[in-house]
Structures are given as structure tokens and as C-alpha cells.
Design a protein around this ligand. Structure first.
Ligand code: NAD
Length: 249
């Protein structure tokens, strides 16, 4: 199904496993994909290298995209960062706090600030913004990386406010609360400490990681017109973690 046919889609943080999977799915649905990341990569029909926490780089990137393609329809803000120094707020340095908030929250503020005007200027005006958050934004956790979880919670609120603020402009803004998705980085964390996976699995109703295909499919749904009446929402993509009290044996 070519549900994104002809849509010009920017994927911010495209070099990751999830970013690549979304880029592949968008392309298969007929989209023109612009892949943006701070690291060298080759994701997308048009490859851009930019630091998404740098306001002038973000602004310039969107101007370049619109100059080249004459429109912008979808922005998927996938970028994010976890830091090993991010633990309880009582044990986290201010440098780590700022680094994590910049990468997870400020980057999305900048992407919205400089990208959404181009969605509104596209004919017909409107489009879809999808922001990557985490189930950690919706639950309390004794082991939370608190800078990361609070940044993702702020992403959810920014999404809610922008979704409502822009509701009559045709621009939809939604977030995704990712649960554990099967990425090499995620798997490596548990490979280093197999006991940690057993402790986590007792909270996962499905008892498994989500797949990259499942992640990309949900993002593609929110990007496309089938989700035309959904805005300001935070879609749980977590196998039921945020809804569960006890889980099946
Ligand atoms: N993988 C999971 O299970 C999981 C769970 C919860 C939330 N998430 C969220 O989903 C998103 C994707 O997850 P992932 O595991 O693929 O993450 P990842 O860390 O592999 O990818 C993030 C990408 O963002 C890029 N990036 C980071 N800071 C940047 C910056 N300043 N400028 C430009 N690019 C930058 C990185 O280079 C990387 O390619 C992230 O926002 C993450 O927090 C993932």
C-alpha cells in the first residue's frame, strides 16, 4: 500500500535501527525520505548530516529540504540519547542532565519550531509530526534514568500542547511511547547483564521485545492520512507495559 506516496518526510535521528526501519517503511509506501543524523550515514533518498541540538543547523536543514523538494509533509523526530551517568536525580551530574535534555527534548523543540512552519506552508497546508518518547514517561520507576524519563515526559506534554494548538491548521502532532524495541543497542544492554532481562520481563505482558517492523508500522500509521483524526496523542507502543499491573505467567 502506497499510503505515503509523494509525501516528503524528514526523519531526524535516521541512523539508528529504528530510524532506518522507519525510513525503509516510508520509502516502501512511496515517500521521499530525507534522513538526518549527527553521525555519518546513508539513510534516505537525501542524506543530511546535522546536529539537531544546534538551532542554526536545524533551521538551515529545513530550508534546504524545502528549496529542493518544494514541500514538507512529515517530520519523524526519532533522535534521542541515553547516558550511562543518568540515574536517580540524587546521583546525576548537571552536565549529564543538560546533555540528555538537549538530545531528547531541546532537539524536538527545535525540530518543531523550524519544521512546522514548512508543513503549514505546503499545499494543501498540514502534515504530521511524530515525536519519539518512551513508556518511562508514563510510569514511575525505582531504576529510572531520571534525566531521560523527565525529558521524554516533557516531549509528551510538548506534543499534547502543539497538537491542540495546531489542530485547525491541518498539522497533527503525536508522540509514541516506545517500550523495549529489539535494537542492537537495547539487546547489548541485556547481554551485558542477563539477570537484568529476567527482572524486566516480569513487567512485560507480552514477554518479548517489540520488533523494528512493528515500530515502523506504527510510525507510518501516524504519518499517514489514516490517522487524520488523531492529534495531541501519545500512542503506547510497548506491548502493554504501561497498562499492566500483573502480567501473565
Ligand atoms: N530502542 C528502544 O527500545 C527504545 C525504547 C524507548 C524509547 N526509545 C526512543 O526511540 C528513539 C529511537 O531509539 P533507538 O534505540 O533507535 O535510539 P538510538 O540511540 O539508536 O538512535 C538515536 C539516533 O539519534 C541520533 N542523534 C542523537 N543525538 C543527535 C543529535 N544531537 N543530532 C542528530 N542526531 C542525533 C543518533 O546518532 C542516533 O542515530 C529514541 O528517541 C529513543 O529514546 C527507544
Amino acid at each position: 500500500m502506497a499510503t505515503l506516496a509523494g509525501k516528503v518526510c524528514v526523519i531526524n535521528g535516521a541512523a539508528s535501527a529504528i530510524g532506518q526501519a522507519v525510513a525503509g517503511r516510508f520509502a516502501r509506501e512511496g515517500a521521499v525520505v530525507i534522513g538526518v543524523d549527527k553521525v555519518e550515514h546513508s539513510v534516505g533518498e537525501h542524506v543530511v548530516r546535522a546536529d539537531l541540538t544546534d538551532e542554526s543547523e536545524v533551521q538551515r536543514m529545513y530550508e534546504e529540504v524545502v528549496r529542493r523538494y518544494r514541500r514538507l509533509d512529515v517530520i519523524y523526530n526519532n533522535m534521542g540519547l541515553m547516558d550511562r551517568g543518568d540515574h536517580s536525580a540524587l546521583d546525576t551530574s548537571l552536565d549529564t542532565w543538560r546533555l540528555v535534555h538537549d538530545a531528547n527534548l531541546t532537539s524536538i523543540f527545535l525540530a518543531c519550531k523550524h519544521g512546522i512552519p514548512h508543513l503549514r506552508n505546503t499545499e494543501p497546508a498540514g502534515g504530521s509530526v511524530i515525536n519519539a518518547a518512551s513508556f518511562l514517561a508514563a510510569v514511575g520507576s525505582a531504576t529510572a534514568p531520571m534525566a531521560y524519563a523527565s525529558a521524554k515526559a516533557a516531549v509528551v506534554q510538548l506534543t499534547r500542547d502543539l497538537g491542540v494548538h495546531l489542530a485547525r491548521s491541518g498539522v497533527r502532532v503525536n508522540a509514541v511511547l516506545f517500550g523495549p524495541i529489539e535494537t542492537p543497542a537495547q539487546r547489548a544492554v541485556f547481554d551485558r547483564d542477563p539477570g537484568a532481562l529476567d527482572k524486566r520481563l516480569v513487567h512485560w505482558p507480552t514477554g518479548r521485545f517489540g520488533t523494528l517492523e512493528e515500530a515502523a508500522g506504527a510510525i507510518a500509521f501516524l504519518a499517514g492520512d489514516d490517522a487524520g483524526f488523531i492529534t495531541g496523542a501519545a500512542l503506547p507502543l510497548d506491548g502493554g507495559i504501561t497498562e499492566a499491573f500483573t502480567v501473565p505467567e
